[in-house]
Design a protein around this ligand. Sequence first.
Ligand SMILES: Cc1ncc(C[n+]2csc(CCOP(=O)(O)OP(=O)(O)O)c2C)c(N)n1
Ligand SMILES: [Mg+2]
Length: 805
Amino acid sequence: MPKLQTLEDTPVGSAQSSSTSSRPLSDEQLRKMHAYWRAANYLTVGQIYLKDNPLLERPLTREDIKPRLLGHWGTTAGLNFIYTHLNRIIVENDLNMIYIIGPGHGGPGLVAHTFLEGSYTEIYPHIEQNKDGLRRLFRQFSWPYGIPSHVAPETPGSIHEGGELGYSLLHAYGAAFDNPDLIVACIVGDGEAETGACATSWHSNKFLNPAKDGAVLPILHLNGYKIANPTVLDRISHDELIDLFRGYGYEPIFIEGTDPAEMHQLMAATLDKIIVDIRAIQQRARKQVVVERPRWPLLILRTLKGWTGPKEVDGKSVEGTWRAHQVPVDDVRNNPDHLRILEDWMRSYKAEELFDQNGTFKDELAGLAPEGRRRMGMNPHANGGILLEPLTMPHFREYAVKVDEPGIVEVEATRVLGRFLRDVIKLNEDKRNFRLVGPDETASNRLDAVYQTTGKEWMARVDKVDENLTTDGRVMEVLSEHMCQGWLEGYLLTGRHGFFNCYEAFIHIVDSMFNQHAKWLKTTRTLPWRRPIASLNYLLSSHVWRQDHNGFSHQDPGFIDHLANKKADIIRIYLPPDANTLLSVADHCLRSRNYVNLIIAGKQPALQWLDMDSAVRHCTAGLGVWDWASNDNGNPDVVMACAGDVPTLEALAAVSLLREHVPDIRIRVVNVVDLMTLQPSSEHPHGLADEDFDELFTVDRPVIFAFHGYPTLIHRLTYRRRNHNNFHVRGYKEEGTTTTPFDMVVLNNLDRFQLALDVIRRIPRLKNISDKATERFYAMMQKHKLYVSEHGEDLPEIRNWRWAA
Ligand SMILES: Cc1ncc(C[n+]2csc(CCOP(=O)(O)OP(=O)(O)O)c2C)c(N)n1
Ligand SMILES: [Mg+2]
């Protein structure tokens, strides 16, 4: 190994490398590459500041300047530098490479580069390769109805917006899995590296198999600053920094400097070496029988924040400081000194040497970029829908649970799903395009049938006691919901399929990541060139009602509410009441595109309601009357609605109690699988038309609704329905502990006794029996309480309850 120099030995400002000192670029190459970088920087500054005069053909005036200066300069010079150099190694080595930019606020840099390489104009022909095109390119940036300032879905070549920092490396690894030919260059901001998600994501190298997967090249962009502060990684000693990354299992290669000519040589030499190293690792692994975890190279690039920008503004240092983060010189329209600084800055890039009189990028420079799909802006992996192949699906009906009578057999729904997923994996093994991710819970969620056909990907040490670990597994388990989510997103965005299983309460850890993915999907629907990708599928099991081991900390159904906030077009929420409905829903979700599908299903033995034909019909409708449980003959006293497996059980148990105690009561049972059917059709594509809703829920009868989650959501979804005033919802009200399954529903007033009372109290003609019923049902609850306190389990009549037709 080359000896690493410590920062203390190194005068800042001179280029340093721990890896090499050779100078691979000829003078000509150096001149051109430097010009290419200047062009990208020029276009970046132009986008932030100018609405006219794009080639500075006349002195800048305030009329040329945008009224609102929005964007981020500081990170972008470094990003542009890296892109220029990646172009060279792509061309020289014919690499299949994509670029993920953690500090996505460097959006104008990626726009600039994809414009220079021609990708941008191919996708957006009105941004021509001439003066008009440049003017439009500048003007549209951070402009109303133009393009966003970040590396957004609108940006060619991007699968990572980077607006919310922290996920770049996870997306990079997700993209690299099962893409043996792909190299994912991933810029990680030194501020971004302080986030929790990023901190854990370095461990992804323990899950990447050099023989079967592609490579990730992490590039830590050590520009020293965030918005207003230094970064931790910049202010620890060089040794500590290197030790940190060696500790994560990488081979850090450090380069530093400010002089462009020196830095170009150093960067080129370093990247050459890195590509040799990556290829050597891959070749070795691909020849070996037993694959070992290599030390992948990691580049640490220490440059100036705002490199090549204004050194000083109003007597304060800007280049190389946090002041360069956004717009380094502001108020340009009103402050002539600032206008002059901007003009000098822009002229320092010598646009006249870069663009011809028409404003077209000069051929000799444009020729440096890769061609066709090798351009990072045009690489199909960054528009994964292009590469998406549908999964070969087993027939879900073959996994059906036999249900002769509703409410008699008990089955663990997720265990049944596990067999189906096992065969999804088996049938797509050759395509290598499906992964099941989860934070250490796949077996706990009872999906362990998958281990009959595959193992868990694991590149670290294996001990005798371990089970199902392999270097080539379709299951990815790591105790980080962030990693599961980020990997899966990267995998989906590059055109593959997957499934995320998680405890219901802890999926909240990735609320924010889900937000970002949902925003991405929403935007891509408006971009015809972005092809649809496979949906992000969540299975939440070990849910709020059956946390028998764990208690209150594990009881939280709020992820449903979180999803329901997002754009209806992309959100689907399913609460299958039993195994056959779960199979039908899962099959549907795995075939769908561009959605986030949320499925919530229990793993505990539970009564089964529908045979497969009925399940398919029910799921196709999304909700419906369960005739076998209803006796209303079109004229119900009450509608008993339910959504979720446990609420369905309690609702049906309440119905049978009511039949017993109030024999002439007419009850209609409506079960909801697809929650979004409750919304008006104007709000959600699955929303039921008002007439159909009225038909099911009536316009004037009480509706007692037993719901899996927080009750307010049902009100939110139905408040515009005619009968909303008669909706009475029971659900989780944040009461929990380590108690019996039935006591959990009692604590939250979702139990059969409470539901039965709710019914009686709301049917006017039953007013006279209300007090008596209250007494009787309260007595039953009392008996339950005493029994569970004494015996530690539910009453036999609760445990052994079955639906009697
Ligand atoms: C999770 C998150 N928290 C805070 C922010 C606000 N923010 C935007 S840029 C930035 C600083 C980023 O610093 P760094 O990663 O070092 O990027 P660079 O220096 O390259 O601009 C912050 C805090 C954010 N975008 N995401
Ligand atoms: Mg930084």
